[in-house]
Ligand binder design. Sequence first.
Ligand code: CP
Length: 308
Amino acid sequence: MSQLSSRHLLGIKDLSPTDIQLILDTAENFKEVINRPIKKVPSLRDITIANVFFENSTRTRLSFELAEKRLSADVINFSSSNSSVKKGETLVDTVNNILSMKVDMVVMRHSSPGAPHFLARNVKANIVNAGDGTHEHPTQALLDAYSIREKLGTLEGKKVAIIGDILHSRVALSNIFCLQKMGAEVMVCGPITLLPKHIESLGVKVELDVKKALEWCDVANVLRIQLERQQIKYFPSLREYSLYYGINKKLLDQLNKEIVIMHPGPINRGVELSSDVADSEHSIILEQVQNGVAVRMAVLYLLAGVRN
Ligand code: CP
């Protein structure tokens, strides 16, 4: 089988392990392509893609745009902050107007959970979720899985601790689905107020002590405190969060083993991660960003094969 089971990428929840394996294996081929002197292939020469962003982004937006250009697609970029959305135009009207210009695929980031699912039901184009509120961020989970597989050889049986603001994190949910589907064990760790109620029903281990989480895991995926999504105070101060949950070199030096440090970005340096860890040999943070281009090339290439 060399086709995805869906014409959209809305979330990891909908993907089968075979879909994920296909994306990761295809990304490996594209990683080889983007390391060549000529980094472009003609695969999506006849395709036009719109990147539609209703929320801020650095990595995801640039990574999708570069992936599209490496595949020779035509690309247009839409940002809600300087658009007619400000005059009251709806999401569906906005996207249908973009599609009427003969656009084939839409990559969308939106602050509302479920917005890409709603769009997929209401417009005629392949939809790729580039992050929907606190819900899912499927391409981040795929590039995280790719990066762990590249570093450790396999995901099967690996222990991954996701540490930080799990409650507001789309990266956490997509990672939990993706890692479990690929045979890894997952733990979540953070202050009790930043862990969703009943999170253990997803089959993850729950740990409140960051030292114990680091002792358990092969990989620590450290998440940002998402102050912009927090309407109330979940902990007394950033200084106190950093004291109890911040990962620094002293903490890593106390472990009797090496672990891999990941972070989806943007990093709050000195809060969830100290600079001497973020920039250390343990960290694969910039490799994650590099792999994101190859993984997004794979997703777009495979979705283009299931257009109708
Ligand atoms: N990891 C991630 O989604 O980063 P951006 O918000 O910068 O796209």
